[in-house]
Write a new protein. Structure first.
Length: 129
């Protein structure tokens, strides 16, 4: 377990979290496997890319240059409840990576903000015409 938020802990988080996602039977696993692929190479690339995103969010480092919102808007539609599944798995993963509650809540707040923004764009803004 990690005492601080650093690059190693973020990579550890990605491995634990995406293993849970890939195995998820609530529908989340299918969405990710369809979008990313099922081979290890595709997943390693995805984890490295998202680790970069989180390094930017949490450490102010990394060279993430994707458009996460655009990427998610282009996915086939999926039920909004899956955001709760994502957040639950994310929090479970955080609890196995970080020892301190302050670190868990710091990262969790960021994750919830992102999830809220994505949900707004996917389910509300789209239908706000």
């Amino acid at each position: 377990m990690f005492q601080e938020i650093n690059e190693d802990s973020i990579y550890s988080l990605m491995n634990i979290f995406y293993n849970k996602v890939r195995a998820d039977k609530n529908g989340l696993g299918d969405i990710f496997n369809n979008a990313i692929g099922t081979d290890e190479d595709s997943w390693e690339k995805h984890k490295a890319k998202i680790a970069n995103f989180w390094k930017g969010m949490l450490l102010g480092t990394g060279d993430y240059s994707g458009q996460p919102l655009k990427t998610h808007l282009e996915l086939p539609s999926f039920p909004q409840e899956l955001f709760n599944v994502w957040l639950t798995l994310f929090e479970e993963s955080l609890r196995t990576v970080y020892e301190k509650e302050e670190h868990i809540s710091f990262v969790m707040q960021r994750a919830q903000m992102i999830a809220q923004r994505f949900q707004y764009m996917l389910y509300e803004a789209k239908h706000a015409h």
